[in-house]
Ligand binder design. Structure first.
Ligand code: GDG
Length: 473
């Protein structure tokens, strides 16, 4: 295997499900924040991406995608259940999201998590050239930094957590809490979305491991591990450019016509996940129809909910509940030719997504907890016309940067209904002022600014060269 000076390690490779017989693969912007965020950065960058190809069994042979070499890591069926669906997505995911669903603990899941993390670390050790920079992503791989450091003390290791890092009261529930912390502390830089997360981490390093820590750094033996907040963003230029394209605007007009030219369109775009507050949003919408505050024909809700993680019972159950509720709303309030909710589960391509953002009078983002939420930022980037209102949960990381949104607590159903109505009834001048302020923020904090901030803090030995490569327009 050829070696690289930049190695990205993430649970999944950014490829579509269908591999051609010759092993060629298409780079896919799958519905999901991590690949959406890293795609514009790495697309034209010589780098190696280490990850799982998405199905159990031997690793397929994959051709390069653009300048990126894909290095697949195999996972057995059992590891997919115990590492990916188990420890990562049934223990850590719910716990890190405020335990909005009860985290599940099984001892054998840990063994698989450790084994898979070791395999990823070994793959990184093999493909990283001397003094390379290795950038490890997210909660599936928290042990990789330490395991990699043992194998390759020469490389520079960055770790970035895309999801929230919970307060000590929750984190300390984890039976393997100390190992998880030590795993992350193998990095030179541990990055979070929000300052509060870095604070939680520092506190835990002190109380659980007895280390000397501030919100900016932790001392581990003779090393200093830097920690900090690096709120992730999107490719603003790409989304705003897309949303101005004549074909996209024409498609937006067509979508509105297909929806029956309602006075107002509410749009929501999520992965089907219990953290995203889809049920709370549907309930608020149904009650507003019941109360007579909204009327079918005048207002319509378009809910895109792309299913995933369907091997996990909770995700299948969630989908069933959401589909029952959509059917109930349409049954009770819809008319022939006039649906109350348009519900779509197939993934959209980027132009279609941009058109949908342009159709939205209100984009509703109501997670119970979310590390950042890129959909909110994409909507703002798409609204060069400064129209449209963003309804945004206080519990999304994005709320810290977009305080001009209509902020809501999605647990407060009456508050959610009230604020949704406010957003729908916003004065155009007020909505435009809010949108302009949010666009200003994004203009200065796009995905390249994020990569620049992170990589300069990582102080990689490749310094400027790496930065230029990764953040080239
Ligand atoms: C995790 C954290 C954090 C959605 N539907 C389709 C589609 N999408 C794209 C969106 C967006 C991405 O998926 C979703 O990103 P989010 O940030 O909203 O949410 P998570 O997947 O939970 O991401 C999150 C993120 O990581 C980055 O750090 O913000 O907090 O949970 O880009 O546009 N993409 C396509 N078709 C769809 O139908 N192609």
């Amino acid at each position: 295997m050829q070696q690289s000076s930049l190695v990205v390690v993430a649970n999944h490779l950014p490829i579509g499900g269908n591999l051609a017989p010759d092993g060629t693969s298409r780079w896919r912007r799958s519905p999901g924040g991590l690949s959406s965020a890293l795609h514009p950065l790495l697309w034209h960058t010589p780098a190696t991406w280490i990850g799982w190809a998405g199905r159990p069994g031997a690793a397929p042979a994959l051709a390069d995608v653009g300048e990126v070499r894909l290095c697949p890591v195999p996972m057995t069926d059992e590891e997919m259940h115990d590492h990916y669906e188990g420890f990562a997505n049934s223990t850590l995911w719910p716990l890190y999201h405020d335990a909005v669903e009860q985290p599940v603990h099984h001892r054998r899941w840990w063994d698989a998590y450790l084994r898979v993390n070791r395999r990823f670390a070994e793959a990184a050790a093999e493909v990283a050239e001397a003094d390379a920079t290795v950038w490890v992503q997210d909660y599936h791989l928290q042990l990789v930094p330490r395991l990699l450091r043992e194998l390759r003390p020469d490389v520079r290791i960055g770790f970035f957590l895309h999801v929230p890092f919970p307060p000590p009261e929750l984190f300390t529930q984890l039976p393997r809490r100390a190992e998880l912390l030590r795993g992350m502390l193998g990095a030179d830089l541990v990055g979070f979305q929000l300052a509060q997360a870095a604070h939680n981490f520092a506190q835990l390093a002190t109380t659980l491991l007895g280390l000397e820590a501030t919100d900016r750094q932790v001392r581990v033996d003779d090393r200093i591990v830097r920690i900090g907040a690096f709120p992730i963003s999107i490719d603003v230029a790409e989304m705003s450019g897309l949303a101005e394209r004549p074909d996209v605007l024409a498609r937006a007009a067509q979508l509105r016509a297909d929806l029956g030219n309602p006075r107002q369109v509410i749009v929501a775009v999520d992965r089907m996940d219990y953290t995203k507050g889809i049920e709370q949003r549907l309930k608020a919408y149904r009650e507003l129809l019941e109360d007579g505050e909204l009327r079918v024909g005048e207002t319509v809700l378009v809910q895109v909910a792309v299913p995933g993680r369907e091997g996990i019972l909770r995700y299948r159950r969630l989908r069933e509940r959401v589909e029952r509720e959509v059917a109930r709303i349409n049954g009770e309030f819809g008319r022939v030719g006039d649906m109350a909710v348009h519900y779509l589960t197939q993934p959209f391509d980027r132009p279609e997504l941009a058109a949908l953002y342009r159709v939205a009078d209100v984009l509703a983002v109501t997670p119970l907890r979310d590390g950042m939420n890129l959909v909110a930022k994409e909507f703002v980037a798409a609204r060069g016309d400064r129209a449209g209102a963003l309804l945004l949960s206080e519990f999304a990381g994005a709320a810290a940067e977009l305080p001009q949104a209509y902020l809501v607590n999605p647990h407060d159903l009456d508050g959610l209904k009230r604020t949704l109505l406010q957003a729908l009834r916003a004065e155009p001048a007020d909505a435009a002022a809010r949108m302009a302020a949010m666009r200003e923020r994004l203009h200065h904090h796009d995905i390249r600014a994020w990569a620049r901030a992170y990589l300069s803090a990582l102080d990689s030995r490749h310094g400027p060269e790496l930065l230029a490569r990764v953040t080239e327009e």
